[in-house]
Ligand binder design. Structure first.
Ligand code: CDP
Length: 224
C-alpha cells in the first residue's frame, strides 16, 4: 500500500495528537507532532534569554537548534540539542511561549523546512495548525479537527489531573481561547481549515470512534 502523508490540523486540545498517535500505531506510520517543535523553539529562546523581537539573535539561535523526534513505545521523545525536553515543553509557560514564537516568520520557515524533510518519504502523520495548508498542501489526506471550547478545556483539565495537577477549569478555558485567537489571527500560516480538508467535530466522539473514523477513510484510499 502507498505510504501516505496524512495531515491533521485544528485548534488546541481538539483531539489531534491522541488521534494521530493511535492512527500511526495502527498504520505503522511515523507520528510527527509539529507543535512540539514550536514548543522546543520557545524553550530554547527561554534557555538563551533571546528577545523575540531581536531577529538577528533569533536567527542565530535557529542556526544552532537541533531537534530530534525519537520513537519510543510510551510516546515520542523530543530531544532539543541533546536534552530530553518531552515533559518540560508541556508546561504552561512554554505552551504560551510556543504560540508567541510561532507567529515569527523565520521560526516558521525553519520549522517547515525540517517538517518537510521529516515527511518526504511518506508514511507519516503530522499534526499541527498549518500542515494541510502550508507544510504539505499536497498531502494525501487532510483532516481538520474541532471541538467546543468547554470540552477541550475539560480534556486538558483531566489530563493535568491524571498527572496530579489541580488546575482551574476556567483558567484553562481562557488560555485556550487566547491561544486559538493568537494562532488564527497571525499573518503567517494562521490556523485554518484547508479547502479540501475533512472536518471532524470530536466534541461528542470517543477516542476509538474518532480514530476509526479516520482509519476507515484512509483504508478506502481517498480524501473525500
Ligand atoms: O497540543 P496543543 O494543541 O496544546 O498545542 P501544540 O500542537 O503543541 O502547539 C503549540 C503551539 O505551537 C500552538 O498554539 C501554535 O501556536 C504553534 N503551532 C503552530 O503554529 N504550527 C503548527 N504546525 C503547530 C503548532
Amino acid at each position: 500500500m502507498k505510504k501516505y502523508v496524512i495531515a491533521i490540523d485544528g485548534p488546541a486540545a481538539s483531539g489531534k495528537s491522541t488521534t494521530a498517535k493511535a492512527l500511526a500505531k495502527k498504520l505503522k506510520y511515523v507520528y510527527i507532532d509539529s507543535g512540539a517543535m514550536y514548543r522546543a523553539c520557545g524553550l530554547m529562546s527561554l534557555w538563551e534569554a533571546v528577545d523575540l523581537n531581536d531577529v538577528k539573535a533569533l536567527s542565530k539561535m535557529l542556526d544552532r537548534i537541533k531537534l530530534v523526534i525519537k520513537y519510543s513505545e510510551k510516546g515520542n521523545k523530543i530531544i532539543l540539542n541533546d536534552k530530553d525536553v518531552s515533559e518540560r515543553i508541556r508546561e504552561a509557560d512554554i505552551t504560551r511561549l510556543s504560540s508567541q514564537i510561532a507567529v515569527i516568520g523565520i521560526v516558521r520557515t525553519k520549522m517547515v523546512e525540517l517538517q518537510r524533510e521529516m515527511g518526504k518519504h511518506g508514511g507519516v502523520i503530522m499534526d499541527g495548525r498549518d500542515i494541510g495548508t502550508v507544510v504539505f498542501p499536497e498531502a494525501d489526506f487532510k483532516f481538520f479537527m474541532i471541538a467546543d471550547v468547554h470540552t477541550r478545556a475539560l480534556r486538558r483539565w483531566e489530563e493535568a489531573k491524571s498527572k496530579g495537577e489541580e488546575l482551574s477549569l476556567k483558567a484553562i478555558e481562557q488560555e485556550l481561547i487566547w491561544r486559538d485567537k493568537n494562532d488564527s489571527e497571525r499573518e503567517i500560516s494562521p490556523l485554518k481549515q484547508a479547502a479540501n480538508a475533512i472536518p471532524i467535530d470530536t466534541s461528542n466522539l470517543t477516542i476509538p470512534q474518532q480514530v476509526d473514523y479516520l482509519h476507515d477513510i484512509i483504508l478506502r484510499g481517498k480524501n473525500a
